[in-house]
Design a protein around this ligand. Structure first.
Ligand code: NAG
Ligand code: NAG
Ligand code: NAG
Length: 138
């Protein structure tokens, strides 16, 4: 007789493995820029390089108060990211949404994320942009 699926022992083992792996898959929350928050003039390329790896389902928190006027956009591709061209960029958080606990963004897609602030010269001169690539946990 052909066996179909798992027997009870295998299921118990599977549950045990999945349960123990889940302690490693705990997503983390990372404040972008650390104590510098999301501000003009801080090198986020460097920060991202030093903070990586980021993992799938991790949460990035962008904190900025409304006295400094920043925002968070997702750039559609590397070219627009490099050029700070917001023509086809997607607004994720406007100038007031970084208040308080900040704007939270979950890395919930397998893609390259290009983030940038779209206000004044934040992107071009203020270094307020970074590339994040989520990694699988294991
Ligand atoms: C920011 O940091 C990156 C990576 O360390 C470096 O290549 C780049 O020159 C820095 N940018 C500025 C404007 O200092
Ligand atoms: C800016 O932030 C302050 C303090 O959180 C708040 O009282 C004020 O309403 C905010 N202004 C705008 C335009 O959101
Ligand atoms: C930012 O977005 C929030 C939520 O959609 C909205 O209430 C607020 O008026 C917006 N602020 C600005 C400056 O557009």
């Amino acid at each position: 007789m052909a066996s179909s699926g798992f027997n009870a022992e295998q299921i118990i083992l599977l549950v045990a493995v999945v349960t123990s792996l889940s302690t490693f898959t705990q997503a983390t929350t990372v404040v972008v820029g650390g104590s510098e928050n999301w501000r003009y003039g801080y090198n986020y390329t460097e920060w991202a390089a030093n903070t990586a790896p980021f993992y799938f389902h991790d949460t990035l928190v962008f904190k900025y108060d409304n006295t400094t006027t920043h925002s968070v956009y997702m750039m559609p591709n590397l070219w627009s990211y490099l050029q700070c061209d917001f023509g086809k960029a997607k607004l994720l958080a406007n100038t007031t949404q970084g208040e308080g606990d900040g704007f939270r963004f979950v890395l919930n897609q397998w893609r390259v994320f290009y983030f940038a602030s779209g206000e004044a010269n934040d992107c071009k001169d203020g270094q307020m942009k970074m590339v994040v690539v989520p990694w699988p946990r294991f």
